[in-house]
Design a protein around this ligand. Structure first.
Ligand code: COA
Length: 279
């Protein structure tokens, strides 16, 4: 594509069988994140967040990249010459949609099909789960062009990796492949490129069976309690449970009923039958 992409074409999405497939859509630029793409991501997240036809959101990349990180030309060079105000605005547009994704209403899955560099660690970390192709390539490349991994990337490394691996990855600026990323805990699993979409659909379909109020409460709880003392976490979880009950009392009661009274299902085998909730 020689012509510059319009802002609305920098992100592609479709909704199929409860799954929203949202893709970085600048394959000719290896899906690096420009201010236009960042603005469009926020619009798409907005559109899908409370759409009842969406139960799970998958973040993918068009072409052979997931995302080559921040756009070195449009996000850094061309923005910085416009001064501090424009630089801060571009940062808040990028960090804004990653933050939105970190606390998204629906479960989110990163499907890393190829290059995942630098700033792309922001949305990678924002997704609840991450699956990669074995030959996908991950790199904190910043050190190679003379900056520290900013935009949250260093925090992502220390959140997800051991201190030794975070330090090595940050200082060396080397690629690791999907297999190593799974061993290090940067993603949940790596599978062959051919199997990647199928595996993501399998996981999404399991999530689609769960109670959505409980899923949102549970995923937020994992992120919140990670930073709390045990006693604070215990207290938070009591309140979070009570708040979730007030949104979805019927679902919880139905689950208990199917187990205790009807004896039609066992929690250890999967989710209760949500279609019977209003019987
Ligand atoms: N910012 C701006 N442009 C980028 C980019 C980025 N982060 N990553 C890729 N591009 C552009 C290239 O400039 C090139 O544009 P052109 O066709 O107009 O010349 C196009 O995307 C294709 O890139 P190319 O390097 O030819 O693709 P490749 O498949 O050989 O390599 C990468 C892919 C991702 C390994 C390589 O592009 C790269 O190292 N990109 C920089 C990644 C990076 O350091 N990101 C950290 C930013 S925080």
């Amino acid at each position: 594509m020689t012509q510059e992409r319009k802002e609305e074409d920098t992100v592609a999405y479709t909704v199929e069988n409860g799954i929203a497939w949202v893709s970085f859509n600048r394959p000719e630029k290896r899906n690096c994140m420009s201010p236009k793409l960042n603005r469009q991501k926020m619009r798409v997240l907005d559109t899908l967040e409370f759409d009842d036809s969406v139960g799970v959101l998958v973040l993918a990349g068009e072409g052979d990249a997931w995302s080559a990180g921040m756009d070195l030309k449009e996000y850094f060079r061309e923005t910085e010459v416009l001064g501090l105000g424009r630089t801060r605005r571009a940062q808040s547009e990028a960090y804004g949609w990653w933050r939105r994704l970190r606390w998204y209403q629906k479960p989110t899955i990163a499907m890393v099909n190829g290059w995942c560099f630098g700033g792309a660690y922001g949305p990678l970390h924002a997704c609840d789960l991450a699956f990669a192709a074995e030959d996908a390539q991950f790199r904190l490349s910043e050190i190679n062009w003379g900056i520290l991994p900013g935009g949250g990337a260093t925090k992502v490394a220390t959140n997800l990796l051991s201190m030794r691996n975070a330090m090595y990855h940050t200082m060396m600026g080397e690629n690791i492949d999907g297999k190593m990323a799974a061993e290090w805990g940067l993603v949940n699993e790596a599978v062959s490129a051919d199997a990647l979409r199928g595996r993501v659909i399998e996981v999404a379909n399991v999530l689609l069976q769960k109670n959505p109020v409980a899923l949102k409460a549970a995923k937020d709880a994992v992120k919140r309690v990670a930073e709390m003392t045990y006693d604070n976490a215990e207290d938070y979880l009591i309140r979070a449970q009570e708040a979730a009950n007030s949104f979805d009392n019927d679902g919880r009661k139905e689950g208990i009923k199917q187990f205790i009274d009807d004896k039609t299902y066992k929690p250890r085998l999967g989710a209760y039958d949500r279609s019977r909730q209003n019987d």
